[in-house]
Design a binder for this molecule. Structure first.
Ligand code: GTR
Length: 326
């Protein structure tokens, strides 16, 4: 009897095991982080990339997205990817300067002439060269995404001219260029991680920050910094990168599939971006937020000339090449 019972148990276990699908050989779950929630152009594009990989490989490769700052800020995420603890992350080029210094050209205020100019630079030789340089820093650059232009918001006063920036404590991304940029305009730039920003504004550690309309809207920053002025002083692209440590262990075919899916994710993000930028502005206006658009940018451009000179000096050739792209 005892013997029979254990036989049944054994066969049940065997049956149970047979019904659990075994992970296909060479299965790869790509963990990818983003500070934005799902439903944002960048996270949606990475989710789309995951769907493509899933379909192409019959479920062998997939992407699990750690969104909404679950893994902290962008600096930490990049470190995790360099170590190979995380396979992928999508970050702003704003925090990539310490890894490949030339990226800082894209972080200079009023650097790109237009979205079209930015696309031509990042999609051309310059953009590709810079992505390739990431390899020495332990990262595989997979592509650029759009993030529009960044503008000021704060809770003290509407910025109607550069004089209104005077004395404002403005949060910036963790890069000295942005601190000096705000200081050059008369404000006080303070580097704070994105995941700490809302509280920093709420508690008055800073008076405001600067970002594109979708981030301002999606992060509900308007709740604690109601005055938004389209100074459009930065046009910082975003990138998504893969851990070189993990990449080097992948078969060439998987690398190709990831590259192919990345290119399609870029296309998807750019289409989503254009629509989202407009939708965010519409939503804010509908909620009664006044967005100042008729601002004279010339004093802002002039005030930041020393920042472009100081930080651009080291890569003046690259800057000339980018300026010549049309
Ligand atoms: C957003 C960007 C994020 C992050 C954030 C910030 O526009 O999409 O990657 O860089 O700005 O200000 O930290």
């Amino acid at each position: 009897m005892k013997h029979r019972k254990s036989l049944i148990a054994a066969s049940l276990i065997a049956a149970g095991m047979a019904s659990v699908p075994l992970a296909p050989a060479g299965a790869l779950e790509i963990k990818s982080s983003d500070v934005h929630p799902m439903g944002y152009p960048t996270t949606d594009a990475i989710a789309y990339m995951g769907e493509l990989l899933n379909t192409w490989t019959g479920g062998r490769i997939g992407i699990k997205i750690f969104h909404s700052m679950q893994l902290g800020g962008e600096k930490e995420a990049l470190e995790q990817v360099q170590l190979g603890a995380l396979e992928m992350t999508r970050v702003s080029v704003g925090v990539v300067g310490p890894i490949v210094e030339e990226f800082n050209a894209f972080n200079l205020p009023y650097f790109f002439r237009s979205v079209d100019h930015m696309h031509k630079v990042v999609d051309g030789e310059i953009g590709t060269d810079l992505l390739n340089k990431l390899e020495a820093g332990g990262l595989i650059g997979l592509g650029y995404m759009d993030a529009g232009s960044r503008s000021f918001y704060n809770n003290v006063r509407p910025i109607k001219s550069i004089d209104d920036v005077k004395g404002l404590k403005i949060r910036v991304m963790q890069n000295p260029i942005f601190i000096e940029m705000v200081n050059a305009m008369g404000g006080n730039g303070l580097p704070i991680a994105f995941n700490e920003l809302y509280t920093a504004m709420q508690t008055g550690v800073v008076d405001g920050a600067e970002n594109n309309p979708p981030s301002y809207e999606s992060g509900k920053h308007y709740e604690v910094a109601r005055y938004y002025t389209l100074t459009e002083h930065l046009m910082v692209p975003e990138i998504f990168v893969f851990s070189k440590k993990v990449w080097d262990t992948l078969p060439a075919l998987d690398q190709q599939l990831i590259r192919k899916a990345s290119a399609l994710a870029v296309e998807r993000e750019r289409a989503l971006w254009a629509a989202r930028e407009q939708a965010s502005l519409d939503k804010l206006r509908a909620q009664g937020y006044e967005i100042i658009t008729d601002i004279d940018k010339t004093p802002f451009i002039e005030a930041t000339a020393p920042v472009r000179e100081k930080f651009g000096e080291k890569f003046s050739d690259l800057i000339k090449r980018a300026a010549a792209v049309d």
